[in-house]
Design a protein around this ligand. Structure first.
Ligand code: 4NP
Length: 172
């Protein structure tokens, strides 16, 4: 598990901003956004983080998360409120951390990244998974419900581990 990410002092005045990224922004990254936000809220740390998600494509612009994605998340107590949007160049400067779901998302982001500083912000979700397997969160879109449950479990493990890494940098 690799945990080399840009960290800084996290305060209410300057919350740590995380953008979760996938292809369509209707399955994996909305799950990551919702799960990470849920963990932050449960920990009483909502004021210290700004969480969003986006897709490298604009195919589903404006849509809520996929119905299976929402249903699995709700079974685990997480409500998803996202509306799909495409990632834009200014996101790479604005956010502190850009978390891609898989290697192809990483590749698709490269044309938006123009500085070494922003390049260091790009990581993969499973860099934080204690059981990273091939390092990618598998795309569940064309498969059955078990793929969506698998995505939820991967994202949950990875989110908890990412939050644990950031917690020591919070200054209340
Ligand atoms: P996501 O899943 O990248 O996790 O949101 C997908 C959603 C839609 C498509 C592919 C993947 N699509 O081909 O429309």
């Amino acid at each position: 598990m690799s945990t080399d990410i840009p960290v800084r002092e996290i305060t209410k005045e300057n919350p740590y901003k995380i953008l979760f990224i996938c292809l369509g922004n209707i399955c994996r990254s909305p799950t990551a956004e919702g799960v990470f936000q849920h963990e932050v809220d449960e920990a009483g740390l909502s004021d210290y983080f700004e969480i969003d998600s986006a897709g490298t494509s604009a195919w589903h612009e404006g849509e809520p998360a996929n119905s299976k994605t929402r249903s699995i998340a709700e079974q685990h107590g997480v409500k998803l409120h996202s509306r799909a949007r495409q990632v834009k160049g200014s996101d790479t400067g604005y956010f502190d951390l850009l978390v891609a779901m898989d290697e192809s998302n990483m590749d698709n982001m490269q044309h938006l990244i123009h500085t070494g500083e922003n390049q260091k912000k790009m990581i993969k979700m499973r860099d934080f998974d204690p059981q990273p397997e091939d390092g990618n969160v598998p795309d569940p879109y064309y498969g059955g419900i078990s793929g969506f449950e698998n995505v939820f479990q991967i994202v949950k493990r990875s989110s908890l581990s990412l939050l644990d890494t950031l917690k020591p940098h919070i200054k209340s």
